[in-house]
Design a protein around this ligand. Structure first.
Ligand code: FAD
Length: 357
């Protein structure tokens, strides 16, 4: 009798794991959306909505042999997962891949319509305010500045430099690049989004500056989806940042049959989808080892924290790459990421055609 594996979260890590395990166990994937979305390619969909046709993928396209539950997990016991819609899903092995809490629409069609609606807003705006100068704020500013150079784009960032998750060299080069595209960057201040009264599109910053903007985007990073664990058997396995404590085999520390992967883990590395995918591969291998030989002493695969390598797209042709000994900006990193944003590659990893027919 094959084992029951429940995966909580159908994002970058959970979807790849579901795809890789579906013919080796009875897999149930729990996700509040009917689709998987390639997160790092989403911002292109705001300036080119048809791009999202390839980046928003129904779970059923790659996960053909398992059970899909379209709901959120709300509780865990030693043997079952409870969902918001009232289901009890039994497991032999559980994998938590719940990453970030992001209130997205339930269906692919609704999500694609959202991209179209946002694109209309951007097209009709003369000025755009972006709150937050992390990777999302920077990539969004670059997408708009490159595709709509006539629009006034302003980034307001609370920190002293852009892209604080990587090195200062990366921040300086990116700041200069954005300036060359006429993006205004205001550091060490925040903006009160309620300061623009209805009909008046002038926002006030904490430094008393005024910013004129027809629309705004809040790009301040999404919270981790771990608050719901505080009432479960895992309540003592979550650290102060809301991350699940895992061992070198990516098992929740002290639990033999519960794993965690992706951004939600406390693995000490910068949180990247490519690392989340690497963790999914390790857990797929470990689970297969456990299915074959449930005996004690099975040597499970280990996961090592990865170096702080990062690629930030800057519109369609340029990019910024931070490697361990070098940080480069321009066409070369752009050639690696910015054209297709790894969409074809990610689709192929899920066993799908790179392009739609
Ligand atoms: C703009 C941007 C650009 C990026 N660029 C890159 C890049 O170039 N390269 C790179 O490697 N990484 C990049 N990243 C980071 C990457 O997107 C994340 O590291 C990755 O999404 C983490 O994957 P995950 O599976 O852990 O979590 P997520 O992708 O956040 O997936 C979590 C899933 O769990 C679901 N979920 C949440 N709570 C529950 C619950 N209670 N029950 C059931 N399901 C739940 C969510 O709906 C979601 O589907 C970028 C991120 C952004 C925002």
């Amino acid at each position: 009798m094959s084992k029951k594996v429940v995966i909580i979260g159908g994002g970058i890590a959970g979807s790849l794991l579901a795809k890789n395990l579906q013919h080796h166990a009875q897999v149930t994937l729990i996700d509040p959306k009917e689709y998987f979305e390639i997160t790092w390619a989403s911002l292109r969909g705001l300036v080119e909505p048809s791009f999202a046709e390839r980046t928003v993928i129904n779970h059923r396209e790659y996960f053909t042999n398992g059970t899909l539950v379209t709901s959120s997990a709300v509780n865990i016991t030693e043997t079952e997962v409870f969902t918001e819609d009232g289901r009890q899903v039994p497991y032999d092995y559980l994998v938590i891949a719940a990453g970030h809490a992001d209130p997205l629409p339930r269906t692919r069609t609704e999500r694609l319509n959202q991209f179209k609606a946002e694109n209309e807003k951007i097209k009709s705006a003369r000025s755009v305010l972006i709150v937050g100068g992390g990777p999302t704020g920077v990539e969004l500013a670059a997408e708009i500045a490159v595709d709509f150079p006539e629009k006034k784009v302003t980034i307001v960032h609370k920190g002293s430099r852009l892209l604080e998750y990587i090195g200062p060299k990366a921040s300086r080069k990116t700041h200069k690049w954005l300036k060359s595209k006429k993006v205004e960057v205001k550091l060490e201040q925040s903006v009160d989004l309620n300061s623009a009264e209805y009909g008046n599109k002038t926002y006030q910053t904490t430094r008393g500056e005024s910013i004129q903007a027809d629309i705004h985007y809040l790009c301040i990073g999404k919270p981790l989806s771990s608050a719901w664990l505080s009432e479960t058997i895992l309540k003592n396995y979550v650290n102060g940042e809301g991350r699940i404590k895992v061992d070198e085999n990516l098992r929740v520390k002290g639990k033999n049959n519960i794993f965690a992967i992706g951004d939600i883990t406390d693995v000490p590395e910068i949180k990247q989808g490519v690392y989340a995918q690497g963790q999914a591969q390790v857990v797929a291998k470990n689970l297969r080892l456990l299915f074959e030989d449930g005996k004690k002493g099975t040597k499970l695969g280990t996961y090592k924290a990865q170096p702080a390598i990062s690629l930030v797209s800057l519109g369609r042709k340029h990019g910024l790459a931070q490697f361990p000994f070098m940080t480069v900006i321009g066409r070369f990193p752009g050639m690696i990421k910015s054209g297709d944003l790894f969409v074809g590659k990610t689709r192929k990893e899920l066993g799908l055609e790179a392009n739609l027919k």
